[in-house]
Design a protein around this ligand. Structure first.
Ligand code: ADP
Length: 605
């Protein structure tokens, strides 16, 4: 890191600082590149600690640049020295990430709280990974081995995961292992030495730095060491409404818009807890401080259905709206980069970004300060491409070890006043493949999860048809679509009845309405606070869905609306009891046989 100033501050406007480059001995401006990190050093006259404020270069002109400071620019003045780091905004990748709570620049909040009280003094950066802790490194290469970027060098045990130590992702060409050591070391101790193709030696430790705005596997894909794969299996959440009706693929993308109080937090908790992913990364971006505190205090204590606590396999990155806007914008990229790192080890990673609206707002604020030409609602004109670039970092990848790793990205949006027409929601909907539309109206009726089946959609239902039809039942997807049509039909009848009353609709219409109500109540709705009903594994979903479809398709002859109502009250009651019973318990079998009797009775009649 350079210690001599290579630029001086010439202007300050909120967190945007303009700098003029100094000239080197040859009379040339020191070179500076976009996205490089520089350090602003406000002059101190009182002998206090020299602060160095991190800033990212946003715009470069001849001999000048605009940089965005990640902290408050209080006291920064014209003439202050600027040092260059020569690096882009980067994070540390290595063992010790799991279980951490970071701010947007990967400062571990717990460490800071321990050292500094709850607020990080300005200009202080703490290592994202504990530099003292030792990890037992088990090499998997020998001297003489030829390796390339992303290849496995060895492993350490990180909580219950085998954490792969890989050749730095930016290594060019092939290299030869010239030395390797086994044992217990800190993350910065060299464990392998490589001879590069140009003859240079490079020492490799268990941690590497990576620029957050660049996909971890960019070079690996370009060189053909990794392949992108088409997502071909669902990320099973054990939430019936999602897995059956609006599935998300492993390595896929989804959007959850949430009017306040519609159950977004509960839904995210359920998804993180029960989904068939190995690692969960949560980016709480720019929510109110109170909510963030809730996330960090509740999450660590949540039991993991696979044993231990959920925090053992979680990384949380949080920024409140009281933190500077640039750090808020960066936090999503920090989260994605950490997620990609674990995907590179062959794990299935889920990233929940809550909320991408705040991220986009941070982008808008910056764009405004740079006086860029605004697009719709003052968002930058490149909003659409920024949203797309974000979600494109999700995906399924075949790694160097020929293992599948996936990164599934679920972003929430918080459209003001529930207006889905606003630019961030619109850009997101054009990009993602699943839309889980939480509705205030359903939440008000306590129909949880309050995802409205009439506005939600998933392109993965067709894309994963092969998986569903092979693994669950032939024509599964067709049946699901038929049941979705039933929900729409029921809604139409309901609207009619609001005008005419029950008497105004035919018996057939009334029957369709009752069927759709039953489907909604016993299948779509699921009680997050019941030990059993909170999660329905896919095998159980299959059993339940097939049985329910059979019941709805074959109602007995019911002579009038009273008979229809009585039949469905009984059926729904039995199904609900079934949902609350442990799978294959005596109760479960009893309710199942009672329901089946209703079907048998049907078939006999
Ligand atoms: P949001 O984050 O959207 O403001 P929450 O997720 O905190 O809303 O949910 C608000 C309340 O709604 C919860 O405290 C809970 O009582 C209820 N709720 C939400 N989702 C469910 C669910 N799946 N099952 C049962 N109750 C729920």
């Amino acid at each position: 890191m350079s210690q001599t100033p290579s630029a001086r501050v010439i202007g300050v406007r909120d967190d945007i600082v303009s700098i003029r480059m100094l000239k080197d001995d040859e009379g040339e401006f020191y070179p500076i590149t976009k996205n490089e990190v520089v350090l602003i050093c406000p002059q101190r006259t009182d002998g206090a600690r020299q602060e160095k404020l991190q800033a990212e270069v946003l715009r470069v002109r001849h001999g000048e640049a605009d940089v965005q400071v990640f902290e408050t620019t209080r006291g920064v003045a014209v003439g202050d020295a600027v040092e260059q780091t020569g690096q882009m905004l980067s994070v540390s990748l290595g063992p010790g990430l799991l279980g951490q709570v970071y701010d947007g620049l990967q400062n571990p909040l717990e460490v800071i709280a321990g050292q500094q009280g709850f607020f990080l003094p300005r200009g202080l950066a703490v290592d994202g990974i504990d530099q003292q802790q030792k990890w037992s490194f088990q090499p998997s290469v020998k001297v003489g081995a030829r390796v390339k970027a992303g290849d496995l060098l060895g492993r350490v045990a990180e909580s219950r995961f085998s954490h792969k130590i890989m050749v730095p992702f930016n290594l060019r060409g092939e290299a030869e292992v010239t030395w390797v050591q086994e044992g217990s070391f800190t993350v910065s101790t060299p464990v392998v030495r490589l001879r590069l193709s140009n003859g240079d030696e490079r020492e490799v430790s268990m941690q590497q730095r990576w620029p957050v705005r660049v996909p971890v596997n960019r070079d690996l894909l370009r060189e053909g060491y990794n392949q992108r794969q088409f997502p071909d299996q669902p990320m099973l959440t054990s939430i019936r409404l999602i897995d059956t009706f609006f599935p998300v693929a492993l390595g896929g993308t989804a959007c959850i818009p949430g009017p306040f109080g519609a159950g977004k937090t509960v839904l995210q908790g359920l998804i993180s807890r029960y989904s068939n992913v190995d690692i969960v990364v949560i980016v709480a971006c720019g929510e109110r401080a109170g909510e963030v505190v809730e996330t960090i205090t509740e999450f660590p204590n949540m039991p993991d259905p696979r044993g231990g606590t959920l925090m053992d396999r979680t990384v949380i990155i949080c920024n409140t709206s009281s933190m500077p806007v640039a750090a808020r914008e960066a936090s999503i990229y920090t989260g994605i980069t950490i997620s990609e790192y674990y995907r590179q080890m062959g794990y299935n990673v889920l990233l929940i970004a809550d909320s991408t609206s705040r991220w986009a707002q941070a982008m808008r604020e910056t764009s405004g300060r740079l006086e860029e030409i605004p697009g719709e609602e003052a968002f930058p004109a490149y909003l659409d491409s920024a949203v797309r670039a974000l979600y494109e970092r999700a995906g399924m990848v075949l790694t160097n070890e020929h293992e599948q790793g996936s990164l599934t990205l679920i972003g929430t949006v918080s459209p003001a006043g529930g207006n889905f027409e606003e630019p961030v929601t619109q850009s997101t909907l054009r990009t993602v493949k699943t839309f889980l539309g939480l509705s205030a109206e359903r939440a008000y009726k306590r129909a949880y999860p309050a995802v409205d089946p009439l506005i939600s959609w998933s392109r993965y239902l067709d894309q994963l048809e092969g998986w569903f039809n092979d693994r669950l039942a032939p024509q599964w997807v067709e049946q699901v679509k038929r049941m979705l049509a039933l929900l729409r039909e029921g809604e139409q009848v309901q609207q009619m009845m609001q005008v005419t009353g029950e008497e105004g609709v035919t018996l057939d219409d009334y029957l369709a309405w009752q069927k759709s109500q039953c489907l909604d109540q016993v299948y779509l709705q699921q009680d997050a606070f019941d030990d059993v009903d909170a999660s329905t594994p896919v095998e159980r979903q299959k059993e339940l869905f097939m049985l329910l479809v059979e019941c709805l398709d074959n109602p007995p002859a019911l002579k009038d609306k009273d008979a229809v109502r009585a039949h469905f009250v009984k059926l729904a009651g039995l199904f609900r009891n079934l949902n609350y019973s442990r799978h294959d318990s005596p109760d479960y079998r009893r309710y199942l046989s009672e329901i089946k009797q209703m079907v048998v009775h049907v078939q006999a009649s």
